[in-house]
Design a protein around this ligand. Structure first.
Ligand code: SF4
Length: 93
């Protein structure tokens, strides 16, 4: 009998090689009420890490497919992820 957890683990396999693995997640996820310069600085710091990440493509695809609108995924900001989903052709996300 096959394990029921394997398909779930496979979905997250790319995370094993993530540049952000073990880092403080506060760089990628905003505190409540964050705005303006503080938000841009945090997002820039997160995106700089994402640019070095070998799994940014699967990370971004996962975020789009699962409609993650909170935090930086694959180097995309929340606004960019929302925009990409809104403008995606039906059935592509
Ligand atoms: S692309 Fe960014 S958020 Fe995604 S796994 Fe890599 S470092 Fe983490």
């Amino acid at each position: 009998m096959k394990s029921r957890t394997k398909p779930l683990l496979r979905v997250w396999e790319w995370q094993a090689d993530a540049a952000c693995r073990g880092m403080d997640s506060a760089v990628f996820f905003p505190p409540a009420g964050e705005r303006g310069t503080a938000r841009r600085r945090r997002e820039d710091a997160a995106r700089a890490i994402c640019r070095t990440c070998p799994v940014s493509d699967p990370c971004g695809r996962f975020a789009l497919a699962s409609q993650q609108y909170y935090g930086i995924w694959g180097g995309y900001t929340e606004a960019e992820l929302r925009c990409a989903v809104r403008h995606a052709a039906p059935g592509t996300v």
